[in-house]
Write a protein that binds this ligand. Sequence first.
Ligand code: ZN
Length: 315
Amino acid sequence: MGQLEEVACDACGSKQVQMVVIRADDLRVVECASCGLAFINPRPKKEHLSKFYGESYFVGSDDAKDTGIGYNSYATFAIPWLKLRKSWELEKIQQLMPLKGSRLLEIGCATGELLALAHSRGALTMGVEISEYAAQVAKERYGLEVRVGDLEHLDIPAESFDIILALEVIEHVLSPRAFLKEIALFLAPGGLVVLSTPNYACGRQLKEEWLGFRTSFEHLYFFTPEVLVHMAGSEGLDLLYWATAGSGKAAPLQTRKKMKAWLQKIPGGVVLGQMVKLFKDLTAKDPWVKFGQGHRLLAFFKSRGQGNDLVFDNP
Ligand SMILES: [Zn+2]
């Protein structure tokens, strides 16, 4: 237990928590009794967390499959498919602000697919990525500018970006409050922030059955839309719009085990499984529901101050 540490609520500092669930990795998810932010407590110490994000996190390994951490073959198989993907996030951004000529930062850009798509539409892009391996892939494959490290250690002047994207990142960081503060600092007045994260409102309903508690054990925080909006608001980021997608219901363990065993028996089975999943994603109709109860939460914020007056005409 020397590898774990107790933490207070990152949003409000309270130590009064309610038990939510014990994840399959034996860590406890608790909810702040005061503000509703849910988090892992006690949690692995910082030095143990950084080990999650090596090469195996992105290319998959037997370890990754078995521990529920990381993306199976994210870089290896997903590329040609993801690159072709029409990005709903970018479509929405373009309703608010032209990508062409906008200074766009993606935090946690992984192997760079979305950033490359934004770049191809004329955005002046920069990526930040904690994994040296993933950043290298993004640089070599797409010629992108990607900095390796944490946001707080970047030597970038304040107000450097018109658009900041952090998709599926905030649930990983040690302090979401500090993370939002950094984002607000780097954003130009009137700039746009796009965040996505698993929707804990969905998790509250599904409890142990929620995908968010069954996989991705590197996640430290779980946000309802209300908590995320409140925390962002405290740092000067005002909500424009949020939407959710997906059911978030994990397939029963037996079904997943059977599926895995079946895929392992046929040559190239794992690749086939990946392709089926990606094909489903690509052919799905726009699954986003404004203010829905779905699993994936996507939220758009604007920074206060003079600048573009961002309003969705038809969200
Ligand atoms: Zn709290």
